[in-house]
Design a binder for this molecule. Structure first.
Ligand code: GSH
Length: 211
């Protein structure tokens, strides 16, 4: 298994956590987003969408972190990251999608670059944008995890795809200096999980391409 990754990518962080939880050995292929390597022909031949993560499982190439997590869940069922029971499964999907589809796309690298380079927003306005969308998304997430968490995890009493998505998003929010005090449940869950081995080994500073 190969994982195309960049140490600071939160979407790749999700894939790294999932691979670690499943106990799958993988080789990291670093794609330096800061240097634009994801837009070079060599990487575009692998993923025309120019995003990480991408996995290459013995020649089968897959992209989009949630699709990768679902694939890993089907291939390596333990621990299950999406519950089998239909209602629980839909709720875990909804929590994961809140992060993957509603929060992260507004603050990823290409959006931030567009705000800076095309719309000419200064650093203060860029930061305001970032914090605004974290606040909107985390306010919703806080209400949902308060309702559905059993205490340690986002949903019930087992690790799920929602946790796999939450921990990297909290890491990013802190990296961009967002105030997380209005979200005590989110903070408690993320802080409890980040020292678990599968999460700790996936952290940006533990990656071979960390600088
Ligand atoms: N929805 C995608 C998002 C992938 C994504 O945007 N990844 C970021 C890194 S976190 C990326 O490759 N950004 C490159 C860019 O924005 O140009 C997923 O979950 O995999």
């Amino acid at each position: 298994m190969r994982l195309y990754s960049f140490f600071l990518s939160s979407a790749a962080f999700r894939a790294r956590i999932a691979l670690n939880l499943k106990g799958v050995d993988y080789e990291t292929v670093s794609v330096n987003l800061a240097q634009g390597e994801h837009r070079e022909p060599a990487f575009l031949a692998t993923n025309p969408q120019a995003t990480v993560p991408v996995i290459d499982d013995d020649g089968t190439v897959l992209w989009q972190s949630l699709a990768i997590i679902e694939y890993l869940d089907a291939r390596y069922p333990s621990p299950r990251l999406f519950p089998a029971e239909p209602v629980a499964r839909a709720r875990v999907q909804a929590l994961a999608q809140l992060i993957v589809c509603e929060i992260h796309p507004l603050n990823n690298l290409r959006v931030r670059n567009y705000l800076r380079d095309e719309l000419k927003l200064d650093a203060a306005a860029q930061s305001r944008w970032y914090k605004h969308w974290i606040g909107e998304g985390f306010a919703s997430m806080e209400g949902l995890v308060r309702r559905f968490s059993g205490g340690r995890y986002c949903f019930g009493d087992a690790v799920s795809a929602a946790d796999v998505c939450l921990v990297p998003q909290v890491y990013n929010a802190r990296r961009f200096d967002c105030d997380l005090t209005p979200y005590p449940t989110i903070q408690r869950i993320a802080d409890g999980l980040r020292s678990e081995p599968a999460f700790a080994r996936a952290a940006p500073e533990q990656q071979p391409d960390a600088t």
